[in-house]
Design a protein. Structure first.
Length: 353
């Protein structure tokens, strides 16, 4: 059975301010600290390289002040200036005490890269549905016009009359594309710590629409496994590691029932038994944890589970995108057929009249 060493809780650090970081920027910072610390670089050299990589000067200046001038520990510097998100800062704080910073930063870099990649994939997947909606809107606006009257005007008159309708429909489509484009731009610049996004994600995971949000649920399990592995590797107690992993997963069911597993561990039960009592994780996860505890390879098992469920989340995401595109195609086609039928009826009435 796995031996869980006790680690004291990190002492609190007064947070002076928040530092804006996107997922992409956070991944760059974490990668550089992981590689730099692993190779034995000093903080001054790491910050110099980050500066050359065009990382925000405000971030560099704050870290330089904290690490080189004020003599703060790295975990204290990240907590003091609100770098990364709350869960990551807590893990960094403990990892520094246990001498496992390079591995911890490597895990965090992977996490932020994955989240950035998935967001980019989601936004690019909206291109085809948006084109379909724009083209469909133009077609529907034309079909809604009084085609019977246009027929009587002759070809030249009809073209002149239809031109304003076409312009209006095109303007509507361009405005829609502009709004969506601005929304996509804002989404790409979203900070790593954003309460509104976290609340929206929790609500999305809780909705009973498995075709579309199964990817988010699978990803939350992957994040839970990744942070559990990372926290235990960093030297946290299992009790604290579970709390941080549940917080990072942003899954309301896991977060709500994690205390069941913590209580079971406090009562002397195994981690696998505690997770089973939660009834919030797949049996596959629990069985692998059980094997990991028996073989003494728990961290390795959590790493494999994180990769597996991340891949499953990607596959579920692709299925959701294909379903969305298919539904958009069908919806636009149905609307066009309906308005085409109404237009033909109008033409028939005009001809009979």
């Amino acid at each position: 059975m796995q031996n869980y060493s006790e680690t004291p809780e990190p002492r609190p650090v007064v947070r002076e301010r928040s530092t804006y970081l996107t997922d992409s920027e956070a991944a760059t910072v974490c990668t550089m600290f992981a590689d730099g610390l692993q190779s034995g670089m000093g903080y001054a050299k790491i910050l110099e390289i980050l500066e050359r990589q065009k990382v925000d000067k405000k971030i560099i200046d704050r870290l330089r002040q904290s690490l080189l001038e004020d003599g703060d520990m790295l975990g204290e510097a990240f907590a003091r200036f609100g770098l990364l998100d709350t869960t990551a800062r807590k893990v960094i704080f403990v990892a520094e005490q246990q001498g496992k910073l390079p591995l911890t930063f490597a895990h965090l870099s992977r996490f932020y890269k994955q989240r950035h990649r998935r967001r980019v994939r989601f936004l690019t997947s909206l291109v085809e549905p948006m084109i379909l909606i724009m083209v469909g809107n133009i077609a529907i606006q034309l079909l809604r016009s009084d085609l019977g009257a246009f027929v009587q005007m002759g070809m030249a008159g009809a073209m002149r009359a239809l031109f304003p309708v076409l312009i209006q429909a095109s303007i509507q489509s361009v405005l829609l594309a502009t709004v969506v484009g601005l929304g996509a731009l804002l989404a790409m610049q979203m900070p790593v710590e954003f309460s509104l996004r976290n609340a929206a994600q929790r609500m999305w995971i809780a909705l009973p629409i498995p075709v579309f949000n199964s990817s988010a649920r699978l990803n939350s399990i992957s994040v839970f496994c990744q942070y559990t592995q990372q926290s235990i590797t960093s030297g946290l107690t299992v009790h604290r590691a579970l709390a941080l992993a549940a917080e990072a997963s942003n899954n309301p069911r896991i977060d709500r029932r994690i205390k069941v597993a913590q209580q079971a561990i406090e009562d002397g039960q195994t981690l696998a038994a505690g997770l089973r009592q939660m009834k919030a994780l797949p049996d596959d996860v629990i069985d692998n944890v059980d094997i990991g505890e028996e073989t003494g390879r728990l961290e390795e098992r959590f790493g494999e589970l994180a990769e597996k469920y991340d891949q499953n989340a990607d596959e579920a995401f692709e299925r959701a995108i294909q379903t969305l595109i298919f539904m958009t195609r069908i919806g636009i086609l149905v609307l066009v057929i309906i308005f085409l039928g109404l237009a033909l009826l109008s033409l028939a009435d005009t001809a009979l009249g």
